[in-house]
Design a protein around this ligand. Structure first.
Ligand code: ITT
Length: 199
């Protein structure tokens, strides 16, 4: 059976395919880009979970197929959790990863190492065409570097150094990142739920 990956973010799609296949999910994973006529849903929620559910329901309703969605972001302690749900458009243009990262670094330029705590958060949602829904979350704690390092991953990966690591997320291999990441944790927790509801 088909399972829709309700995201148009290429970095997420790559990670989701690897995480879900690695967890042994037998479904045929179809990206939202296979449905170019379905408009993007407006992310009007105020939490990661609300926005993930909005995206999953929109695709499940429009395709008549079960859909999973990811809403995620970087929460910075000294900014009281910002950029948070606004991570993809922090500098104004949705999905401009470099501008978002550069702006955040500029905003934190005066902040000393001991105050640079942050975490990635991911809400993983499953929605069925009949309206059934489930959502789970995962986190990855770390600190923010002063300068970007590494070329793997996407988004804010070059500046987030996970707790207990000497490398940034962008210096980890994809498998190393998925093993500890917010997205890895959230979607591995969603897998038994998918099995239970989809068989
Ligand atoms: P979809 O809504 O189509 O899934 P999006 O990019 O708009 O794609 P979000 O609204 O969830 O998705 O924004 C997530 C942003 O948070 C993303 O653009 C990155 O900047 C950041 N982010 C999320 N997960 C990340 C990760 O694993 N590594 C680095 N940055 C991440």
């Amino acid at each position: 059976t088909r399972l829709i990956l309700a995201t148009r973010n290429a970095g997420k799609i790559t990670e989701l395919r690897s995480i879900l296949a690695g967890a042994g999910l037998p479904h045929d994973l179809v990206g939202a880009d296979a449905y170019p006529d379905i408009p993007d849903v407006r992310e009007t929620g105020v939490t990661f979970a609300e926005n993930a559910l909005l995206k999953a329901h929109a695709l499940a309703r429009a395709t008549g197929l079960p859909a999973v969605a990811d809403d995620s972001g970087l929460c910075v302690d000294v900014l009281n959790g910002a950029p948070g749900i606004f991570s993809a458009r922090w500098a104004g243009t949705h999905g401009d990863d470099k501008a978002n990262l550069d702006l955040l670094l500029a905003q934190l330029s005066d902040i000393a190492d001991e105050h640079r705590g942050a975490h990635f958060a991911c809400a993983a949602a499953l929605a069925l065409p009949d309206g059934t829904e489930r959502v789970v979350e995962g986190h990855l704690n770390g600190t923010l570097r002063h300068t970007p390092s590494g070329t793997n991953g996407f988004g804010y990966d070059p500046i987030l150094q996970p707790e207990g690591e000497t490398r940034t997320c962008a210096e980890l291999t994809p498998a190393e990142k998925n093993a500890i990441s917010h997205r890895g944790k959230a979607f591995r927790a969603l897998v038994p739920v998918v099995r239970e509801l989809l068989g």
